[in-house]
Design a protein around this ligand. Structure first.
Ligand code: ADP
Length: 302
C-alpha cells in the first residue's frame, strides 16, 4: 500500500517573540528553530508516519538551506529519492514569527517549489506504477500537479487535492481531482461563502460536487469535518484533545485520510482517520514535527 505526494518542501525559519513586531520596529525574540516544512512535505511525513510506503516528489535549491533540509528529513519514513536539486532556484523558505498567544505571521518564498516542470510529472509517473493514491496541494505549479493527476488516473490511482493555500481553481482541477479537502477559508474562496456549520458545509460540498468533484471533504477546524460523496454524506464530531498549536492540523488530516483511503477503508472510517490525525497534530508544536505515528492514531481511534 503506497502513497505519492507531489508538492512543496521548505525550510521553516521560526522565531518566537513576545508579540509580533510593528512596521519599522526591532524586537528581541526569545528563541529560533529551523525545521523542514511545506504543505507537500508535511503531508508526506504524515502519511509515512501513519504507515503508508510514501514517496515525496519535489525540489530543493543547491544551497545551504537545501542541504540542511535534506539532512533534517533523512530520518523520516518517507522515500525522498524523488527530490530534485535545482541549481537555478533557491530552496523554498517560510519565515515564521510566533507570538506568546501562539498567533503567527508567515512569509513564504516559494523558490524551487514553483519551478516544478515536466520532470516532476515524469517522477510521479514512475512512482505511481505501484501507488494507490496521489496527494496534491497548491504550493507548486497547478498545471504540473494536474498533469500528475492525469497520470495518476491513467495508472488507476486515486487523486486527492488539498486546495491550500486558498485560490480559485479552473474547471479541469475539479474534474481531475475526485477528492477535494478545503478548510473553511479555502471553501469560501472556491464557492463564495464561508461554511460555519455542517448545514452550510453541506451546501458548499454540493456546489463542489456539481463542478465535478466526487468526494468533497470540508475541514471545519475545531468543529471537525463534513463529507459528501455520491453515495453518502456526514458530519464527523471532533476528537477531544488538548490543542496547543494548530499549525499543520490540516496537513495531518490529509495524511490520515490519504492512508485510510489507500488502505481501501470505507469513506466514513477514512474521514475519522483524518479527523484523529488532525486532532493529534494540534497537541504538538511545529509542522512536520507534529505529525502523529500510527500507534498514536490507533490509540485515539479505539
Ligand atoms: P487547517 O490547518 O487547514 O486550517 P483545520 O484547522 O481545519 O485545518 O484542522 C484540520 C482538522 O484537524 C480539522 O478538520 C479537525 O479534524 C482537526 N482539528 C483541528 N483543530 C482541532 C481541535 N481543536 N480539536 C480537535 N480536532 C481538531
Amino acid at each position: 500500500m503506497s502513497v505519492v505526494v507531489l508538492g512543496s518542501i521548505n525550510m521553516d525559519l521560526t522565531t518566537y517573540v513576545p508579540r509580533l513586531p510593528a512596521p519599522g520596529e526591532t524586537l528581541f525574540g526569545s528563541s529560533f528553530i529551523t525545521v523542514p516544512g511545506g504543505k507537500g512535505f508535511n503531508q508526506a511525513v504524515a502519511a509515512g508516519r501513519l504507515g503508508a510506503a510514501t514517496q515525496f516528489i519535489g525540489r530543493v535549491g543547491q544551497d545551504a538551506f537545501g542541504k540542511g533540509v535534506m539532512e533534517l528529513i533523512a530520518d523520516e519514513p518517507v522515500d525522498v529519492s524523488g527530490i530534485l536539486v535545482d541549481a537555478d532556484n533557491s530552496t523554498g523558505l517560510a519565515v515564521i514569527n510566533v507570538d506568546a498567544q501562539a498567533e503567527n505571521s508567515i512569509i513564504v518564498i516559494s523558490g524551487a517549489n514553483m519551478a516544478h516542470d515536466a520532470r516532476e510529472v515524469a517522477r510521479c509517473h514512475e512512482a505511481l506504477r505501484s501507488a494507490e493514491l496521489l496527494l496534491l496541494q497548491l504550493e507548486s505549479p497547478l498545471d504540473i500537479s494536474l498533469a500528475a493527476a492525469q497520470a495518476a488516473r491513467e495508472a488507476g490511482a486515486l487523486v486527492m487535492l488539498d486546495p491550500a493555500p486558498a485560490r480559485p481553481l479552473p474547471t479541469d482541477a475539479y474534474q481531475l481531482c475526485p477528492i477535494l479537502t478545503p478548510n473553511e477559508l479555502e471553501t469560501e474562496v472556491l464557492v463564495g461563502f464561508r461554511p460555519t456549520n455542517p448545514t452550510e458545509a453541506a451546501q458548499a460540498a454540493s456546489i463542489l460536487r456539481e463542478r465535478g468533484v466526487e468526494t468533497a471533504v470540508i475541514k471545519l477546524g475545531a468543529q471537525c469535518a463534513y463529507y459528501q460523496s455520491g453515495q453518502e454524506s456526514g458530519f464527523v464530531e471532533p476528537f477531544s484533545v488538548e490543542a496547543i498549536d494548530t499549525v499543520a492540523a490540516g496537513d495531518s488530516f490529509n495524511g490520515g485520510l490519504a492512508v485510510a483511503l489507500a488502505e481501501k477503508r470505507p469513506l466514513a472510517e477514512a474521514i475519522r482517520w483524518g479527523a484523529a490525525a488532525g486532532a493529534l497534530a494540534t497537541t504538538k508544536p511545529g509542522a512536520s514535527s507534529a505529525m502523529p505515528t500510527r500507534a498514536e492514531l490507533m490509540k485515539l481511534l479505539t
